[in-house]
Ligand binder design. Structure first.
Ligand code: SAM
Length: 221
């Protein structure tokens, strides 16, 4: 039986701090949320590895470093309402839930959404709301958001997200080809948007009306 607390602390020290993650609240959240409870029994001992892991249905729980970078780029202080697209295992939602006031998370694969919902209930995360639908449409009934984080790769920045952000809000999204992307932060300002590019990354595709088409083999990388 592994000592998950030591592994988690080691993950924060060696994978996050050394690579430049500075936001103390993000480091604290990553050191608190029990990542091994968001993967299958079989993968528990790999939960704190420096990599993405399979969560079934052809989907993944993102690499810890990628979760931390994306969370840091949301620039959360504590009182925000955040939309996540791509619930997956629920790990990223759990990190967000201790850094902001309310998390709305959308998942298109019903089985994953239901499993994540069960986890949140069991682990006592009360400010996470799971929605089963096409997240490329955003969540107009709950907009505007202070932050939107998209944990699947988009071919371009969907306007729906920018329009559902508050002025001053941040969108964090991997954009590019089907097999490799760049992580973008988009800030909505009073006069338009300010787009900044960060690290290269590889995410599973965002599939939906304003994303990729399922089974699309039109490679663009
Ligand atoms: N944030 C997740 C976690 O912490 O485990 C990892 C997400 S995984 C990399 C990407 C997820 O996005 C998959 O579960 C996939 O089904 C979902 N997804 C892809 N397209 C979607 C869409 N249009 N709406 C909602 N979810 C979508």
């Amino acid at each position: 039986m592994e000592d998950f607390t030591s592994l988690r602390n080691l993950m924060v020290e060696t994978q996050l701090k050394t690579r430049g993650i500075k936001d103390k609240r993000v480091l604290n959240a990553m050191g608190t949320v029990e990542r091994h409870l968001f993967v299958s029994e079989l993968l528990k001992n790999h939960a704190y590895d420096d990599s993405a892991l399979s969560i079934g249905e052809g989907q993944t729980i993102s690499q810890p470093y990628m979760v931390a970078v994306m969370t840091e780029l949301l620039e959360l202080k504590g009182d925000e309402k955040v939309l996540e697209v791509g619930t997956g295992s629920g790990y990223q939602s759990a990190i967000l839930s201790i850094l902001c006031a309310e998390v709305f998370t959308i998942e298109r694969i019903v089985l994953l959404a239901e499993k994540a919902e069960e986890r949140f209930k069991k682990l006592g995360y009360k400010n996470i709301h799971v929605v089963k639908s096409d997240g490329t449409l955003g969540l107009p009934e709950q907009a505007p958001f202070d932050g939107i984080i998209v944990t699947a790769a988009a071919p371009e920045i969907p306007d729906t997200y920018v329009s559902q952000l508050k002025t001053g809000g941040r969108l964090v999204i991997p954009v590019g080809g089907r097999y490799s992307q760049i992580l973008y932060q988009v800030k909505k300002t009073g006069s338009g948007i300010k787009t900044s590019m960060f690290t290269p990354c590889v995410f599973v595709p965002l599939i939906g009306k304003h994303g990729w088409t399922e089974g699309d083999t039109n490679n663009n990388y």
